[in-house]
Design a protein around this ligand. Sequence first.
Ligand code: COA
Length: 186
Amino acid sequence: MTDEIRIRGLEAEEAAARLDELTEILADAVASGASVNFLAGFSRRDGRAFWQSQLPGFAGGSKQLIVAEDGSGLVGTVMLMFAHQPNAPHRGEIGKMLVHSRARRRGIGRRLLQAAEAAAQAAGRTLLMLDTETGSAGEHLYRNCGWIEFGQVPGHSFTTDGRIGRTTFFYKQLAELIPLRPSAPA
Ligand SMILES: CC(C)(COP(=O)(O)OP(=O)(O)OC[C@H]1O[C@@H](n2cnc3c(N)ncnc32)[C@H](O)[C@@H]1OP(=O)(O)O)[C@@H](O)C(=O)NCCC(=O)NCCS
C-alpha cells in the first residue's frame, strides 16, 4: 500500500469493472451524512444502480468520470457533465465530488476539482456550475478553489436524515471569452 495518489480519468469500461469501489465511495459519503442526492437507508444496490446508470453517459461522451486512486484502490470521484442544450455548448456541471472518509483533508478533493476544471477546458467548456448543501465541507472546498456563490435556496433538498436543508449554488468561469458559438440554423 502506498500513500501516493493518482488522479485520472476512468473510461466507461473500467468504471463498469470497478462498480464496487465506486459504490463504496458513494455509500461512505451518504453514511457520513453528505447531501449527495440520497437519503439514509441508501443501499449498496442503490449505489451500484446509480453508477451503472451513468455508464452510457461516460461511454457516449456526455459525461466524464475522474477518480483518485491510491495503493488500496479508488478513493475519490468527480463527474463532469456537459450541457446538451444547443445554446450552452460552453457550459458544464460538476457532480459526485466525493473523497472517501479514509482519505479526506489531504488535498485530494482540491486535486479532483482542478482535474475536472482542466478536463472541462480541454473540452472547450468555459463555464461550470454546481450546488452543495449550505455549510458543508463541499461549500468550503469550492470557495477555497475560487468558485463564486450566486445564491442560496432554503428548503431546496433533504439531508440524509430527512431534515429539509438549504443549498448553495456556485459557478466558475474558466476563461474570459467563450471560445465556441452555438451553431445557428442557416
Ligand atoms: C467535500 C470533500 C470532497 C472534500 O474532499 P477533501 O479531499 O477532504 O478536501 P481537500 O483536502 O482537498 O480540502 C481542500 C480545501 O477544502 C476545504 N475543506 C475541505 N474539507 C473541509 C471541511 N471538512 N471543513 C472545512 N473546510 C474543508 C479547506 O479549505 C481545504 O483546504 P485546507 O485543507 O488547506 O484547509 C469531502 O469532504 C467529501 O467527500 N465529503 C462528502 C461528500 C460531499 O459532501 N461532497 C460535496 C458534494 S457537493
